[in-house]
Design a protein around this ligand. Structure first.
Ligand SMILES: Nc1nc2c(c(=O)[nH]1)N[C@H]1C(S)=C(S)[C@@H](COP(=O)(O)O)O[C@H]1N2
Ligand SMILES: [Mo]
Length: 347
């Protein structure tokens, strides 16, 4: 199965989820129906994606790992190969951090993104203990499902790379990599193997599973904004279209809340701009300022249209590093494009 087929499948799955949640009248289940629509309430510091709504992207069936038998091997170009048990990982100093995971195949504005609070221990002390030889250029990170990806030595030997075993305060589920996955901040999901079993220092660079199929081997997250909802409608649907009804005599005076998230590999998001006229004019809007650049920035704009009709809504982000380009670019180095949302204001 290639990624396109996988994405199609995922699309169907999440579509099914939404349909089911609407049928059961369960609003809370609707994916990413976001933060407060009340403009008087401040934006929250964190917006966590509940476990049941967090996207799952696995190239094969999830690996059911027996935690008692699980080990992590640190091998290859090292002075002393190590074999860690789960107990050793859990007894090491733990850190909690917020980080947004996104798939490189997520189209502009798509659903293959989620934010969680993760718990794990830094990998660096174990790498130092093993002693990485100067010949090593990369690490190959391997999962129990034979998934493999590689990263330069310097990217993995950072203090914020962690062996993660909890997500939103609970043990990782099988789908998300139980018992241990690695998280390398700044990179798309493909660089975060689940069911991690081996970290191998290698001398000769190689490419991994998705990278062999043409997806970026760098896979760093560009500066980008994703629009998630307009008023109470999620915008990620086939037509990228929302229909908004007039609110009685008040018309649209109370406004329509346009809301979303933004992310970059390393730099804080400094501005979000929204256009409601297909990019003719832009305005800077409200955003929160997360402590970590690896957690999504939340933003919203109370749009007050006065006329019925068709509008094209766009949102773009700016970070200290770059300004998001306008073209809808869904390439193999990750979508950095701008979703054009058709908003139909009914009379
Ligand atoms: N072992 C393993 N790890 C994996 C994958 C996989 O198929 N196998 N998929 C990767 C991809 S492409 C993404 S986007 C993320 C998704 O993580 P999630 O399923 O926890 O959301 O996991 C990554 N880690
Ligand atoms: Mo992915």
């Amino acid at each position: 199965m290639n990624r396109r087929e996988l994405l199609k499948l995922l699309g169907q799955t999440s579509g099914g989820l939404i349909a089911a949640s609407l049928l059961s009248g369960c609003q809370a289940k609707a994916i990413d129906l976001l933060f407060s629509l009340d403009p008087d309430e401040p934006l929250p510091d964190h917006l966590i994606t509940p476990l049941g709504e967090f996207y799952v992207q696995s190239y094969a069936l999830p690996s059911k790992v027996n935690a008692d038998k699980w080990t992590l091997k640190i091998t290859g170009e090292v002075e002393t190969p190590l074999t860690l048990t789960l107990d050793e990982v859990l007894r090491s100093p733990q850190e909690e951090f917020y980080l947004t995971m996104e798939c490189i195949g997520n189209p502009a504005g798509g659903n293959l993104i989620g934010n969680a609070q993760w718990t794990g221990t830094p990998l660096l002390p174990f790498l130092k203990k093993a002693g990485i030889k100067p010949e090593a250029t990369e690490f190959a990170l391997k999962g129990a499902d034979w998934y493999e990806t590689t990263l330069p030595v310097a990217d993995v030997m950072r203090s914020d790379v962690r062996l993660v075993h909890r997500m939103n305060g609970e043990a990782l589920t099988t789908d998300h990599g139980y018992p241990v996955r690695i998280i390398v901040p700044g990179h798309f999901g493909q660089k975060q193997p689940k069911w991690l079993v081996e970290v191998k220092a290698i001398a000769k660079p190689k490419t991994g599973f998705w990278e062999n199929q043409g997806w970026s081997n760098v896979a760093e997250i560009p500066t980008h904004a994703l629009t998630r909802q307009v008023q109470k409608s999620r915008v990620w649907n086939k037509q990228h279209q929302v229909k908004l009804e007039r609110d009685g005599d008040a018309g649209w005076e109370k406004g329509m809340m346009i809301a979303g998230v933004a992310l970059d590999r390393s730099s804080p998001i400094t501005a979000i701009e929204v256009s409601t006229d297909n990019g003719e004019t832009w305005r800077s809007i409200e955003q929160n300022r997360p402590e970590s650049p690896h957690e999504w920035t939340l933003w919203r704009y109370l749009w007050k249209p006065t006329q019925p009709g068709h509008y094209t809504l766009l949102a773009r982000a700016k970070s200290e590093r770059q300004q998001q380009p306008l073209e809808d670019k869904n390439g193999k180095d990750g979508s950095s494009g701008v979703l054009r949302i058709q908003a139909i204001l009914q009379t």
